[in-house]
Design a protein around this ligand. Structure first.
Ligand code: PMV
Length: 354
């Protein structure tokens, strides 16, 4: 390429919450076990990438902003990521980029933002290549490649390139599933299947975690319960997929809560062991169990690798759950903070908006 080429692409991508957790990796960002998650609707990150390509120029990032501010830690992580991608995308070897990102949720909210960020960035990179090759930035192959590319930035990000439910990790239960990228689950799910879910995110503590997810994944390599965990995740995946298809919310909820507690039990039993739960996480969990027992409303908790609670329930139960959150749970949240989210429809191409 001799002539200078310039352009701009923009994508918004959601965070996701895992129902069966990815915990532990092998090789280059390959999962130790398959996982399933759903995309959120409101918790999103929008990234625009302005590019200028010219052969011979030194590649790099001219500027990076998050919500209008520079951010050196993210900038360095993105620079490393783009360098690793330049074998797959030779145009990156002659690209100068300006990257601006806007998050719909506060960075300090304790919601895993890296999945949304790397998914949006991967979609932008794949979009630039599509533009250079005069191909549309859409279709099954496009999203599969974006999922592969997102995975290299942050494992769980590969599940954020789709709306609804997605599965990452090779399993005989889902046709076309792979360790290298995620696939959608559930386009064929219809009534009485579980499709319409809410996720009320209760922010118990937004401070930075003492042990990062990558630290936790690494501890799974020599974990005494590693084999048992792989078996448990496979069996939970099978049960949850069946319960989703059959609309069996009680079995679904049992698996969701078992996965949340197992994830944190694995952290506690790692060597060295560690604890990411906050005393108020336990209080909220107990309140949720009592609420379910007293009212019969099927609302279940799950957790990411952190102290904040995701309360998952059917949309039709929203009116019964909201007063419970207000009256009984917000007292345990940091500054009464929570986010009323739900299953979302996935990334959006915003090229036309810029
Ligand atoms: O994608 P990572 O490396 O941030 O790991 C995410 C791990 C969990 O959020 C705890 C589980 C998951 O499957 O998303």
């Amino acid at each position: 390429m001799n002539n200078r080429k310039t352009g701009r692409v923009c994508w918004s991508s959601p965070a996701n919450i895992a129902l069966v957790k990815y915990w532990g990796k092998r090789g280059v960002q390959l999962p130790m076990n398959p996982s399933v998650s759903f995309a959120l609707s409101k918790s999103k990150i929008k990234i625009s990438v302005e590019y200028s390509l010219e052969s011979g120029q030194t590649p790099g990032i001219d500027s990076f902003t998050l919500n209008g501010n520079t951010h050196d830690e993210f900038l360095q992580r993105i620079e490393k990521y783009l360098l690793a991608l330049s074998d797959y995308f030779p145009f990156l070897q002659m690209a100068r980029l300006k990257i601006d990102s806007i998050s719909s949720f506060p960075h300090s909210a304790g919601i895993a933002s890296s999945a949304a960020a790397f998914s949006a960035l991967a979609l932008c990179i794949c979009n630039i290549r599509a533009e250079l090759n005069d191909r549309p930035a859409t279709g099954e192959d496009f999203f599969r490649e974006a999922s592969f590319v997102a995975r290299l930035g942050s494992g769980s990000a590969c599940r954020s390139v789709y709306g609804g439910l997605s599965v990452w990790g090779k399993t005989g239960l889902v046709a076309g599933s792979s360790d290298e990228y995620a696939v959608r689950l559930g386009e064929d799910i219809s009534s009485p299947g579980i499709t319409e879910l809410n996720d009320s995110i209760l922010i118990v503590d937004s401070s930075t975690k003492k042990v990062s997810s990558s630290g936790g994944h690494a501890l799974m390599k020599e974990h005494p319960y590693k084999d048992a965990r792989i078996e448990q995740a496979g069996s939970n995946l099978e049960t949850i997929i069946r319960s989703i298809r059959e609309g069996d919310i009680e079995t679904f909820g049992q698996v969701v809560e078992n996965e949340a507690l197992s994830l944190h039990a694995l952290m506690m039993s790692s060597s060295p062991g560690y604890l990411l739960l906050h005393p108020n996480t336990i209080k909220v969990i107990e309140k949720i169990l009592d609420f379910r027992k007293d009212t019969g409303v099927p609302a279940y908790f799950t957790l990411d690798a952190g102290p904040n609670i995701h309360l998952v329930y059917r949309k039709t139960d929203h009116a019964r759950v909201i007063p419970f959150i207000r009256d009984e749970l917000l007292a345990y949240c940091e500054n009464r903070r929570w986010l009323d989210d739900s299953v979302g429809s996935g990334p959006e191409n915003l090229n036309e908006e810029i």
